[in-house]
Design a protein around this ligand. Structure first.
Ligand code: CP
Ligand code: NVA
Length: 302
């Protein structure tokens, strides 16, 4: 594996398979009450420019279970890129810690952090990608379906960081990926172009959600206004109004479709209460697996 995990595009197909195998192993150990502390004495510095529940808590609980310790650096704490340059933070944190996890706005900032750090850097979300999320999501699908081969994942909504990471994933594993996004809210064109060069199955962008949902094994959505886009919420609600996972859309998919959302969810906007609380929803299995997958990533990288 590469030194850093900034994007699923940094991983090979074999890396992903190995991470998932290790995730299963670590999850089993935990469920059996087995103490396993390969990161004893190690610390992970966690830099947040944006809020978080799952990412912060799953990394912090996860490294503790592995014998290590996490240091939480809140948005106001270190002023990365404002109080001092990213490159200086990278070199200073490398002198104290064994790993860095960062949730930043600019993807170029996490790239700079990785470049100037001598320790591994893990991307806990940028404006461009959210790789830990999609690794956890795909692991969840694998647990439920026993395979990823030809599993049709349909992403409905804004072509954001989460959508981009699904596209990166489809370039490495044999899922079939459909996306339904309104015009002007497409995923990143460069991410899409690169992914299409190696994807086994097609990656198709639809305008009509019901077209994309036909035959879906997994229906997936995320917020319409991501962190940092709150000021665009009203116009996004208008543009994305038809891109909701509701009972009618679920009826377009396979009868045993499973519904996923990275959370936090806005009930009544991108997903209805009846769907997220309904029998197809696996959102809390998905949230749980953030921790198990990230533990595997930390063991591999740190
Ligand atoms: N899904 C996710 O990353 O959640 P948080 O923003 O709460 O970390
Ligand atoms: N696209 C969302 C994901 C939150 C986990 C955001 O960036 O805010």
């Amino acid at each position: 594996m590469k030194k850093d995990f900034l994007s699923i595009a940094d991983l090979t197909t074999e890396d992903i398979d190995e991470i998932f195998d290790l995730t299963t192993e670590l999850k089993t150990k935990l469920k059996n009450g087995e103490i396993y502390e390969p990161l004893k004495g190690k610390t992970l510095a966690m830099i947040f420019q944006k809020p978080s529940a799952r990412t912060r808590i799953s990394f912090e609980a996860g490294i503790f279970q592995l014998g290590g310790h996490a240091i939480y650096l809140a948005p106001a704490d270190i002023g990365i890129g404002t109080r001092e340059p990213v490159a200086d933070i990278a070199r200073v944190l490398s002198r104290y810690n064994d790993g860095i996890m960062a949730r930043l706005y600019g993807h170029e900032d996490i790239e700079a952090l990785a470049k100037f750090s001598s320790i591994p850097v893990i991307n806990g979300l940028t404006d461009l990608t959210h790789p830990c999320q999609i690794m956890a999501d795909a692991f969840t699908i694998l647990e439920h379906r026993k395979t990823l081969k030809d599993i049709q994942v349909t992403f409905i909504g804004d072509g954001n960081n989460v959508a981009n990471s699904w596209i990166n994933f489809a370039a490495r594993q044999p899922i079939k990926l459909n996306l339904a996004c309104p015009e002007g809210y497409d995923p990143d064109p460069i991410v899409l172009k690169h992914a299409r060069e190696t994807a086994v199955n097609e990656i198709t962008i639809y305008r009509e959600p019901s077209d994309a949902a036909k035959g879906a094994d997994i229906l997936y959505t995320d917020v319409w206004a991501s962190m940092g886009q709150e000021h665009e919420a009203a116009e996004r609600e208008k543009a994305l109004a038809n891109y909701q996972i509701n009972d009618a859309l679920v009826a377009q998919a396979k009868p045993n479709v499973q519904v996923m959302h990275c959370l936090p969810a806005h009930r009544g906007l991108e997903i209805t209460d009846s769907v997220i609380e309904g029998p197809h929803s696996i959102v809390f299995d998905e949230a749980e697996n953030r921790m198990h997958v990230q533990k595997a990533l930390m063991v591999k990288l740190m």
